[in-house]
Design a protein around this ligand. Structure first.
Ligand SMILES: Cc1cc2nc3c(=O)[nH]c(=O)nc-3n(C[C@H](O)[C@H](O)[C@H](O)COP(=O)(O)OP(=O)(O)OC[C@H]3O[C@@H](n4cnc5c(N)ncnc54)[C@H](O)[C@@H]3O)c2cc1C
Length: 369
C-alpha cells in the first residue's frame, strides 16, 4: 500500500517551492513531484531573456524583493542581479529549496489525477502517489500554444528558441506583441536584424498601469529606440489568420487582407496553453478561461485541489507575475493547514512581511499618477 501524503504539490517552480516552504513550517507531510528539475521553465528561457520585474533587496522596510518566493529572501541578494536571466533565477530557487530542505522528486511527470473517497490518486511516469490534498503548481509557460491558426506549425515558438544569437536569418516576422514578442524584437534588433511585429493588440500604447495588460516599462524602454530605426516595423491591431510556405520563404496573412513575407520561419510569440489542461477532468473554467476557484484558490469542482501560480484567475484579476501570485501561497497553505489541524503560527510572519493577501478588492487598482 502506498504512503498517503497530506499534500502532493505538482511542480517545482516559484509556486511549488513557495507553497512548500510554508507547509514545511507547518510540519505537514508533503512531497513535490517535478517532471524535470527545479525551475525548469526558467532554464528554458532564451539565453538573453531577463526578468522584467526588477529584483531589489528591500527587506527590512516591509518590502520583500518582487521576485522572491519566500519572505526574507532576495534573488537580488543571492544573485547580485537586478534583472536576472532565467538560468540565474533557477539558482535562486535551488538555494531556497536547499535552505528549507524541501523534498522534491525530480523527473516525475504527473499524467493524470483522480479523486476517490477523499483521496487523490496521482498517476505519474514513475508510478502512483496518493494524497489528501493536491496543490497544482504546474505553471503556464511550460506548454506553448503551437497551433493558434492554420500553418502555425511552419513557425517556431519563441519559447523553443535557445538563443536569439544562434538563429539564422536577417529579416524576421514575430507574431505577437506582448512581452515575449517584444523581447524577441529587442533581442533581434540589438543584433542588427530586421523585424516586423504583427500584433493583435498594441500593448505598447495601452494607457494601463497593470503590466499584465500593457507592455511593461522595462520592455517598452528597451524597444522604443528600435521604433525610430528602420530595423523594427509594427503591424498593430492586426491578427494573423494563416501562414503558407513559399519557394523562398513564408507568407503570413492577416485579417485586414495584408500579406507579409519572411525568408525564415516566422516566430510565434502567441502564448501558452497552461498546465491545467492536464487536469481538465477535475475543474471547470470561468468566462476568462481560468479554472474556477473559491476564495482559498480551491477548485469549485474538486474540494482538496488547490491552484497556485500564474494560471490563477479571480474574476478579471490576472496573477501572471511572481509578486502577484506569491500573495496567495499562504492562503492556500492556511486552508490546508486548518483542515489538518496543523500549527499555523508561521502565517503571522507571512502577514507581517506583506505576503498574505486575502482581500482581493484592491487588485486591479490603477496608479493615480
Ligand atoms: C516572456 C516572459 C517573461 C516573464 N517575465 C517574468 C518576470 O519578469 N517576472 C515574473 O514574475 N514572471 C515573469 N514571467 C512569468 C513567469 O515565468 C511565471 O511567473 C512563473 O514561471 C510561474 O511560476 P510557476 O511556479 O507557477 O510555474 P513554472 O515556473 O512554470 O513551474 C512549473 C513547474 O511545474 C513542472 N511541471 C509542469 N507540468 C508538470 C507535470 N505534469 N508533472 C510534474 N511537473 C510538472 C514544470 O517542469 C515546472 O518546473 C515571464 C514569462 C514569460 C513567458
Amino acid at each position: 500500500m502506498n504512503k498517503i501524503y497530506d499534500v502532493i504539490i505538482v511542480g517545482a517552480g516559484p509556486s511549488g517551492i513557495g507553497v512548500a516552504a510554508i507547509l514545511q513550517k507547518m510540519k505537514v507531510s508533503y512531497l513535490i513531484l517535478e517532471k524535470e528539475d527545479i525551475g525548469a521553465t526558467f532554464s528554458r528561457w532564451p539565453k538573453e531573456m531577463k526578468f522584467i520585474t526588477p529584483s531589489f533587496p528591500a527587506q527590512g522596510f516591509g518590502q520583500t524583493d518582487l521576485n522572491a518566493v519566500v519572505p526574507k529572501t532576495s534573488p537580488a541578494y543571492t544573485l547580485d542581479m537586478e534583472h536576472p536571466p532565467g538560468e540565474a533565477y533557477t539558482e535562486y530557487l535551488n538555494v531556497v529549496a536547499n535552505h528549507f530542505a524541501i523534498p522534491i522528486k525530480k523527473g516525475v511527470q504527473v499524467n493524470r489525477i483522480n479523486k476517490k473517497d477523499s483521496i487523490f490518486s496521482i498517476d505519474t511516469s514513475k508510478g502512483f502517489y496518493q494524497s489528501r490534498y493536491v496543490v497544482w503548481a504546474g505553471g503556464e509557460y511550460q506548454y506553448p500554444e503551437l497551433t493558434p491558426f492554420p500553418g502555425a506549425d511552419l513557425g517556431v515558438h519563441n519559447s523553443l528558441v535557445p538563443s536569439w544569437e544562434k538563429l539564422d536569418g536577417d529579416d524576421f516576422i514575430i507574431i505577437g506583441g506582448y512581452e515575449s514578442g517584444m523581447d524577441a524584437a529587442y533581442q533581434l534588433g540589438k543584433l542588427g536584424k530586421k523585424v516586423t511585429v504583427i500584433a493583435r493588440t498594441n500593448t505598447w500604447e495601452l494607457d494601463n498601469s497593470n503590466p499584465s495588460i500593457a507592455l511593461s516599462v522595462y520592455t517598452y524602454n528597451r524597444v522604443r529606440q528600435l521604433f525610430d530605426s528602420d530595423l523594427l516595423k509594427v503591424a498593430g491591431n492586426t491578427a494573423v489568420t494563416n501562414i503558407e510556405e513559399k519557394a523562398s520563404g513564408y507568407d503570413v496573412y492577416t485579417n485586414d487582407g495584408e500579406v507579409y513575407f519572411t525568408p525564415v520561419r516566422p516566430i510565434l510569440a502567441t502564448g501558452f496553453k497552461g498546465s491545467t489542461t492536464l487536469i481538465e477532468n477535475l475543474v471547470t473554467r470561468g468566462k476568462h478561461g481560468g479554472v474556477l476557484v473559491n476564495e482559498t484558490d480551491e477548485s469549485v469542482d474538486t474540494p482538496g485541489l488547490f491552484l497556485a501560480g500564474s494560471e490563477l484567475r479571480h474574476d478579471s484579476h490576472i496573477f501572471c507575475y511572481i509578486y502577484k501570485f506569491r500573495q496567495r501561497f499562504a492562503i492556500v497553505a492556511e486552508a490546508i493547514g486548518q483542515r489538518l489541524n496543523s500549527d499555523l503560527s508561521i502565517l503571522e510572519m507571512y502577514k507581517q512581511e506583506n505576503f498574505y493577501l486575502n482581500d482581493l478588492s484592491m487588485c486591479g487598482e490603477m496608479c493615480q499618477c
